[in-house]
Design a protein. Structure first.
Length: 126
């Protein structure tokens, strides 16, 4: 075996090892799950419970969206940091309690789904 073949063999081996390490890292950390907001009517994880009234359903959907925004902006999940949770001025005053209930529930479900149950997220942080 000539020197050129040895060098080529080592380059191929190094490239193969690097590709394997990249695949292993991807398997360990993975990418965030694809958001499937079109499933709201169909009953996916991100669909509000059918028994929720309109204000709770809107809050649930907004909570999911808020958790997604926190994740995309690399913020720690904290429902109390969301403006739309603290001051839902766009919801009629009599429905705000119901909206916040739905928001918190949607936010919690999304955080568990997006960040993972075994990740650094812990409910006692908020």
């Amino acid at each position: 075996m000539g020197i050129t073949q040895q060098i080529t063999g080592r380059i191929v081996l190094a490239a193969t090892l690097a590709a394997g390490a990249t695949l292993a890292a991807g398997a360990q950390y993975g990418s965030p799950p694809q958001q499937r907001y079109e499933q709201w009517p169909g009953g996916g994880w991100d669909s509000p419970p059918q028994e929720f009234a309109e204000a709770r359903q809107r809050g649930y959907r907004d909570g999911i969206d808020g958790a997604r925004k926190d994740f995309e902006n690399h913020r720690r999940p904290n429902v109390a940091n969301r403006d739309e949770f603290r001051d839902p001025h766009f919801i009629p005053r009599p429905d705000r309690r119901e909206y916040r209930f739905g928001f918190r529930r949607g936010y919690d479900v999304a955080v568990q789904h997006i960040y993972g149950r075994d990740g650094w997220y812990r409910r006692d942080r908020y």
